[in-house]
Design a protein around this ligand. Structure first.
Ligand code: FES
Length: 730
């Protein structure tokens, strides 16, 4: 009885205490309200959001903007019990998933952008501390300037630094953001097609942003824009405030120590696969050393060094940035699993697990470590690494910082907007993708404007934009050394010669030349397979020619043959699979896929390698509004897609519940669309959100067999009954 009384008393005491507190200003935007004891410090903002009662004692408060999200949203999410003591609360958008554990008492970095702090007792109150972010006024307007703001969209430039902002004036007040597209940082202009005056359009690739909701409307149903806080001042002026969480790599900083010759060596193997020798340890990135990627669409351009697989099997750590098969290569990992199944592999804690297909693949790996974002992983006293998420595809894409003796190596891999655009400056070595061409768009599109000349012109411009974007990014980050990589694939299969010839990619040398034009402070490196960079030597003297060791002149750098038949036959084995003898597979598959309530009709056509429809192939419609399978297009207004898919790859994807990346990124289909818009929601579902467990085809076949057996039985029963009735009547 006594503990219960004590507990009740403490609850009462806390309640009383809560009401006695006054909010406290922590910075110009925030104030914390708190219980004045050593345990609990919830906080909230003074702006748009109201504190929320979470349990009888404690509320959490929070602010909602695009960068900083303590705890949870006011809308859809509720605190969640994680174990018997604690709950996490969080909001989910493209970047943020804070959570906490029951063990630590101090604020903890949970991912690269956010942290929460919390109290530890039996009641558990997630909260936030005053230490986690900085607020910076990025633009100020006086009362006169504010009075001139018109309803709708206003573009404003900060005269001091020339940076551009957008202020939207609506009935509910002001909203604001940087004039910077979330995709690749393009500038917005007014969208003249929007008569409502709420939308702006990106000048780079035409994404559209509705400023009244801060949601991108093109691609439809896709991303949220990062908002700025609008503060109305007492004198009628206004300022835009950018709140920034702390940079996670600054946690526990280490002074750089001198590197000896040979102490840190970086060896390029192929595509996105690099080996870092850091003192006594070897760290391997994204080993794609064998077989194709994206079904049969991508093949290795470079010949990996002869001992590449041995190096992989000897690695102390292996980082796999994301689930795409040019980074997570099951043929490569199969070799690893046969030789060293317990090799330590590290991946980020993406919402789509990187190894979602592991069980189905039959590859046996026993030491896969999923690590939280934005937290240093200490390997030993000198070596640590931190995985961070992508700002555009946080559900699946990551990048990494490796630090050895205080020297940072940043690998942004394929991220479109690594860590939401917040990256460390002056790292010792930076590597990133550069090539482009890693999408079916527009080379696999036909009809309408998609002539060969339009495509050629389009990709030429796109390549240029990508090169500029990468060069500017590198210039702004000022790494000491920069290395473009992760773009060395070729559409080598003879059936893809059209793609190979037309899908022209950027050259690494072209990017490096552009960087060198922009700045002379960055050493650039275009590695050949097997080339080695000695980081210690390169940092001491960037002009030292001995810092880079190239492979011998006799080394074979480019592949000239690939094991096509082995992998294509494997894919094509799906064609004769039993399930496809029963047309009901279509309904079973799309029901499993779980995409509907979307006004889109898709025609799926099975084809040969030349995208000619097969006489005995399936050709069907799926209406995703109600998930029906009509024989003709519905009368209502709807979006329409026509997909011609190589039968082997399509059936392989269906059989295994694979993602449609194999078809789309792997150039294994041809696409026409009416109207000509990108259906983000549809593609995102089939490329990243399909269920992790494949369709239960055994169950499907059992149900088919039952139907087959039941039909004759019913017929027999019906006949017997008829005979009996006739006999009876007569
Ligand atoms: S659409 Fe804006 S940068 Fe690509």
């Amino acid at each position: 009885m006594l503990p219960a009384l004590k507990y009740a008393f403490s609850l009462l005491r806390c309640l009383v205490k809560k009401t006695l507190q006054t909010p406290k200003v922590i910075n110009q935007l925030y104030f914390i309200s708190f219980r004045k004891d050593s345990l609990c410090y919830p906080l909230y903002t003074k702006t748009s959001q109201t504190p929320k009662v979470i349990n009888q004692l404690c509320f959490i408060s929070f602010r909602k903007d695009s960068l900083y999200y303590p705890l949870y949203t006011k809308t859809s999410q509720t605190p969640k019990v994680i174990n018997q003591l604690y709950f996490i609360s969080f909001r989910k958008d493209s970047l943020c998933y804070p959570l906490h554990t029951k063990t630590s008492q101090t604020p903890k970095v949970i991912n690269q952008l956010y942290f929460i702090s919390f109290r530890k007792d039996s009641l558990c109150y997630p909260l936030h501390t005053k230490t986690s972010q900085t607020a910076k006024v990025v633009l100020s307007l006086d009362a006169g300037a504010v009075s001139l703001l018109k309803d709708g969209v206003n573009f404003k430039k900060n005269p001091k630094d020339g940076k551009c902002y957008i202020i939207y004036k609506g009935t509910g007040g002001f909203k604001a953001c940087r004039n910077q597209c979330k995709h690749q940082g393009g500038l917005f202009i007014k969208d003249i097609e929007d008569l409502g005056g709420r939308t702006v359009k990106c000048t780079k690739h035409n994404w559209k942003l509705n400023l009244s909701t801060m949601k991108y409307v093109n691609p439809p149903d896709s991303f949220l824009q990062d908002e700025l806080e609008v503060e109305i001042l007492d004198d009628g002026g206004l300022c835009l405030v950018e709140l920034s969480p702390p940079d996670p790599w600054l946690a526990d900083p280490r002074e750089p120590l001198e590197l000896k010759e040979g102490e840190v060596k970086v060896t390029y193997l192929t595509h996105a696969c690099m080996e870092l020798q850091l003192g006594q340890r070897r760290f391997m990135f994204d080993p794609w050393l064998k077989g194709p990627a994206f079904a049969r669409g991508w093949w290795l351009l470079h010949e990996p060094p002869a001992d590449a697989l041995d190096r992989l099997c000897a690695a102390d750590l292996i980082y796999i940035s994301h689930m795409h098969s040019d980074h997570l290569s099951y043929p490569t990992l199969k070799v690893l699993s046969e030789r060293r199944p317990d090799a330590p592999i590290y991946v980020g804690d993406t919402s789509r697990p990187v190894f979602w297909y592991l069980e189905q693949s039959k590859v046996k790996l026993t030491n896969i470590n999923v690590v939280p974002f934005g937290v240093w992983q200490n390997v030993d006293e000198h070596l640590r690494f931190m995985i961070m998420m992508d700002g555009v595809h946080p559900e699946m894409d990551t990048c990494i910082i490796v630090e050895y003796k205080g020297h940072m190596i940043l690998n942004t891999v394929d991220c479109t907007r690594p860590n939401g655009g917040r990256l460390p400056q002056n790292v010792d070595l930076m590597m990133s993708d550069f090539a482009g061409g890693a999408s079916g768009f527009p080379m696999t599109f036909y009809g309408g404007k998609y002539s060969d000349s339009w495509k050629a012109n389009f990709i030429k411009n796109e390549r240029k934009k990508l090169l500029n974007y990468k060069a500017q990014l590198v210039k702004s980050l000022q790494p000491k050394i920069y290395c473009p990589f992760a773009g060395y694939f070729v559409e080598a299969h003879p059936s893809d010669s059209y793609i190979k010839e037309t899908n022209v990619k950027n050259g690494a040398d072209a990017l490096n030349a552009q960087i060198n034009n922009l700045t002379s402070d960055i050493k650039t490196w275009t590695p050949k397979p097997g080339a080695v960079l000695d980081l210690g030597l390169a940092l001491t003297d960037p002009t030292n020619s001995e810092a880079i060791t190239n492979p011998p002149a006799s080394a074979k750098l480019y592949k000239d043959s690939w094991d096509f038949d082995l992998y294509v036959d494997e894919l094509n084995r799906a064609i004769s699979c039993e399930i496809f003898k029963h047309p009901n597979w279509i309904q079973f598959y799309y029901t499993w896929a779980g995409f509907q309530n979307y006004n889109l009709v898709v025609r799926m056509i099975e084809t040969d390698d030349n995208f000619e429809p097969l006489l005995d192939g399936y050709d069907y419609l799926v209406d995703f509004l109600d998930l029906s399978f009509p024989t003709t297009r519905p009368d209502r207004e709807h979006s329409y897609l026509e997909l011609k898919n190589r039968v082997g790859v399509m059936r392989h994807v269906v059989m295994h519940g694979g993602l449609w990346d194999d078809l789309y990124i792997g150039f294994q289909n041809r696409i026409s669309r009416d109207p000509d818009i990108y259906h983000h929601k549809f593609w995102n579902h089939f490329q990243t959100e399909l269920p992790c467990c494949g369709p239960d085809w055994d169950k499907f076949l059992r149900s088919v067999m039952i139907c087959k057996c039941t039909a004759p039985c019913l017929l027999f029963f019906y006949c017997v009954l008829s005979l009996f009735l006739i006999d009876f009547v007569l």
